[in-house]
Design a protein around this ligand. Structure first.
Ligand SMILES: Cc1cc2nc3c(=O)[nH]c(=O)nc-3n(C[C@H](O)[C@H](O)[C@H](O)COP(=O)(O)O)c2cc1C
Length: 205
């Protein structure tokens, strides 16, 4: 029998009913060959644009490239080797950065939080549009900062691979093929949601 070599859906054992876009989202490492258009990407960046941010500072900055272009290759070269191993098949790559200071030049402690909200909006809009994301911390952020001419008070936080679900799993390195089929897992709410004091023992369970 032919082994299933693509995955579009994953088990997500939720305890309460949540939006299908949140339940069905997962982070694939194999993407379908179908290219992604500039217009589709701009829809995702627009969803991010309307994320809330502290003082409405909107500290995020996005660099993107579509496969087959020099921009894509320049972003790809900023990924760590592990991520290059699978992300090379992604139809688009993105770098996400944030400005570390507010307009007075003081540290903006909420900037990373705001970039996270930006990316969460992008992820949920992408899921709604049938598009998959895989975010990555594994980047050479100093190299990325220099390569794309960011000023000193910016930090390049993450990269993201973007494309369509349903990629050929056998195209992945062996050790990543099982992960691609595995069930999604999360900590129980009881270990991090407290209607009272923070409980370190529960948190570490
Ligand atoms: C900020 C961030 C950094 C991540 N870094 C990497 C990475 O460098 N390489 C990788 O393969 N996955 C990376 N991931 C993906 C996570 O491992 C993945 O989201 C997590 O295992 C949960 O899986 P799910 O998104 O399918 O629910 C990252 C995710 C986030 C949000």
């Amino acid at each position: 029998m032919k082994k299933n070599t693509s995955a579009t859906k994953k088990e997500t054992p939720t305890k309460f009913q949540i939006l299908p876009e949140i339940k069905n989202r997962w982070s694939p490492r194999a993407f379908d060959d179908m290219p992604i258009s500039d217009n589709e990407l701009k829809k995702l960046f627009e969803a991010g644009r309307w994320a809330p941010s502290s003082n409405n500072f909107q500290p995020w900055a996005i660099i993107y490239g579509i496969k087959g272009t020099e921009m894509y290759d320049r972003i790809f070269d900023c990924l760590v080797e592990f991520n290059q191993g699978w992300a090379k098949n992604a139809p688009a790559l993105v770098l996400s950065a944030f400005k570390k200071t507010n307009p007075k030049g003081e540290e903006n402690f909420h900037a990373l939080h705001d970039l996270g909200q930006y990316m969460a909006n992008v992820a949920i809009q992408a899921q709604h549009n049938g598009i998959a994301l895989h975010q990555m911390a594994g980047i050479d952020y100093e190299k990325a900062k220099k390569e794309f001419n960011f000023p000193d008070d910016f930090h390049v936080a993450t990269a993201t691979a973007i494309g369509y679900y349903g990629g050929d799993i056998s195209s992945l390195p062996d050790d990543l093929q099982d992960a691609e089929r595995g069930e999604r897992k999360r900590k129980e709410q009881s270990s991090f949601v407290f209607n009272g004091d923070f409980n370190e023992e529960k948190f570490n369970q």
